[in-house]
Design a protein around this ligand. Structure first.
Ligand code: CMC
Length: 435
C-alpha cells in the first residue's frame, strides 16, 4: 500500500497516492483529482508538475547532479563519444562493441539527404536563420520517410534513430551554407560523426578543411553534455506534439522551434550577443549586474539561472574548464571570456544572485567554446539541436511505448467574460464593440 497524501476541500478529505521514483523523488499522483473533487490544479510554467514518469535522465538540481540512464555526465563527457551516448539514451544501455559498430555504420549510411530536398533550401530568403530552416526541413523529412510510428520505435529503433541523428547533421550544415550563400558540401563516408559535421560546414569550393583533433573532441563533449535534460521546454514540446500521434519528425521539429527561444537553447546565442554588447560598451560589468537586478529593467543576465539547478549546473563547470583549455591552445585569451569570468565572479558575490540561487548554466560558456573553434553565432543553437536529437528521440520512444499514454491536454481556469449575447455588426457602436 503506497503512502497517501490528504487533501481537504469543503470539509471532505480526499486521498491521493504518493509516487516514489528510483532516486527517492516523491510526487502526488493527482490523476483522479478532477473525477473525485471536480477541481483541477493550477501551476503556471509547470513548476511543480510532473508530466510523466521517465527512466532516461536524472537531475538533482539541489546537488548539481545530471545522469543519463544512471551514468553521471562527468564520466560520459570524459570517456564516451556522442554516438555512444546517443545509443545509451535511445536504448537504455551502453552498446557492446558490435552494437556500437552497427549504429555508427548506420549513421554513416544515412548521412545523405534526398537530392530533392535541396530544392527547398534554395527558396528560403538569404538572411534566414539556420534554426528556421532546420525546423522546417526536419518536418519535411516526414514527406520523404512517412512510415515512422510506435512500431518503428520498437522494432527498427536503430534505423529510425540513426536516420534522424545522421540527417539532422546534414540538414544543419546545408542550412548554414545556405545562410552564408555557399553551395552545400556532401557528407563523406570516411569521416566520423562530428568530423563530418565540421567538414560539411567548413569545406568550401575554394578551400579544403582539416579538423583539429581537439576541436572535434570539444564538439563531441559539448554534444554529450547537451544530449538530454529530462522534461525541459523543447522535450515537453516533443512529447506534447507526439502525444497526438503526430509523426516523429513533426514532433522533433516542434522541439527545435521551442529550443530556439532565448530563454531556452537560444540563450547561447543571446549570451554571446550580451558579452559583445558589454565589451562594446567599455566592459563595465557592474553596470550590467545592476541592470539584471533592476526589476524595472527587462534585462536578464543571459546564461544565468535555471528552472531545475539551484546549485552549479555540472555542465557549466565542465565547459568553463574546456573553454580555458581551448583558449590556451589557441589565441591564449578572449576578451569575451574575460568578461564572462568577471560577470560570474561579481554575480556569485552578490546577494541578488546568491539568494535566488542563480548560477551559470550550460549556455554561459558553450558559446565561448564554439566561438573559440570558429563556429558562427547563428549556428550555436543549431548545434544544440543536433546534440539534443538523441534525447528527443529517446523521450518520444518512451512516450509512444507507454501503454498508459494519453494525449497531452492541460486544463485552465477561465477568467474571461460570462455568457453574453451576440450583437449584430450594424448595432455595435464605438470601439468597444463586444459588449
Ligand atoms: N538574470 C537576472 N535575474 C534572474 C535571472 C537572470 N538570468 N534568472 C532568474 N532571475 C530572477 C527572476 O527575476 C526572479 O526574481 P524574483 O524572484 O525577484 O521575481 C527569480 O530570479 C526567479 O526567476 P524565474 O524567472 O521565476 O525562474 P524560472 O525558473 O521561471 O526561469 C530561466 C528560469 C532559465 C528561464 C531564467 O533563469 C532565465 O531567464 N535565465 C536567462 C536565460 C537563460 O540563460 N536560459 C538558458 C537556460 S539553461 C539551458 C536551456 O534551458 O536550454
Amino acid at each position: 500500500m503506497s503512502e497517501m497524501a490528504k487533501l481537504e476541500v469543503g470539509g471532505q478529505i480526499y486521498e491521493f497516492p504518493i509516487v516514489v521514483g528510483s532516486e527517492g523523488e516523491r510526487g502526488i499522483d493527482i490523476s483522479t483529482l478532477r473525477g473525485k473533487t471536480g477541481l483541477i490544479t493550477l501551476d503556471v510554467g509547470y513548476v511543480n508538475t510532473g508530466s510523466c514518469t521517465s527512466s532516461i535522465t536524472y537531475i538533482d538540481g539541489e546537488k548539481g547532479i545530471l545522469r543519463y540512464r544512471g551514468i553521471p555526465i562527468e564520466g560520459l563527457a570524459e570517456h564516451s563519444s556522442f554516438v555512444e551516448t546517443a545509443y545509451l539514451l535511445v536504448h537504455g544501455k551502453l552498446p557492446s562493441p558490435n552494437q556500437l559498430d552497427r549504429f555508427s555504420k548506420l549513421l554513416t549510411e544515412f548521412s545523405l539527404i534526398h537530392e530533392d530536398m535541396l530544392q527547398f533550401f534554395a527558396h528560403f530568403p538569404p538572411a534566414s536563420h539556420p534554426m528556421n530552416i532546420l525546423a522546417s526541413m526536419v518536418n519535411t523529412l516526414a514527406a520523404f520517410y512517412p512510415h515512422v510510428d510506435a512500431q518503428s520505435m520498437t522494432e527498427e529503433v536503430d534505423i529510425t534513430a540513426a536516420r534522424l541523428i545522421s540527417k539532422i547533421r546534414t540538414l544543419a550544415a546545408v542550412a548554414y551554407k545556405k545562410s552564408i550563400g555557399e553551395p552545400m558540401v556532401y557528407p563523406r563516408h570516411d569521416l566520423r560523426y562530428c568530423t563530418n559535421l565540421l567538414h560539411m560546414m567548413f569545406t568550401s569550393p575554394v578551400t579544403a578543411y582539416t579538423a583539429d583533433a581537439d576541436v572535434v573532441r570539444a564538439i563531441d563533449m559539448l554534444f554529450i553534455m547537451h544530449a538530454d535534460h529530462e522534461q525541459n521546454c523543447s522535450t515537453s514540446a516533443v512529447r506534447l506534439v507526439g502525444s497526438s500521434q503526430a509523426n516523429l519528425y513533426a514532433s522533433i521539429s516542434s522541439g527545435i522551434t521551442a529550443l530556439w527561444g532565448p530563454l531556452h537553447g537560444g540563450a547561447n546565442q543571446a549570451v554571446m550577443e550580451m558579452l559583445e554588447h558589454i565589451l562594446a560598451d567599455g566592459g563595465n560589468v557592474e553596470k550590467y549586474i545592476d541592470m539584471a537586478k533592476d526589476k524595472d529593467n527587462p534585462f536578464r543576465l543571459m546564461g544565468f539561472g535555471h528552472r531545475v539547478y539551484k546549485n552549479h549546473d555540472p555542465r557549466a563547470k565542465l565547459l568553463k574548464n574546456m573553454c580555458r583549455k581551448l583558449l590556451n591552445k589557441g589565441p591564449g585569451s578572449d576578451p569575451l571570456f574575460d568578461i564572462a569570468l568577471k560577470l560570474e565572479e561579481r554575480a556569485l558575490a552578490d546577494d541578488y544572485f546568491v539568494s535566488r540561487k542563480l548560477f551559470p548554466n550550460v549556455d554561459f560558456y558553450s558559446g565561448l567554446i564554439y566561438r573559440s573553434i570558429g563556429i558562427p553565432t547563428s549556428m550555436f543553437t543549431v548545434l544544440f539541436a543536433i546534440a539534443r536529437t538523441p534525447g528527443w528521440i529517446a523521450q518520444w520512444k518512451e512516450m509512444v511505448s507507454d501503454p498508459d499514454g494519453r494525449i497531452g491536454r492541460p486544463r485552465q481556469i477561465y477568467t474571461g467574460e460570462g455568457a453574453r449575447c451576440y450583437i449584430p455588426l450594424p448595432k455595435r457602436t464605438g470601439e468597444s464593440t463586444g459588449a
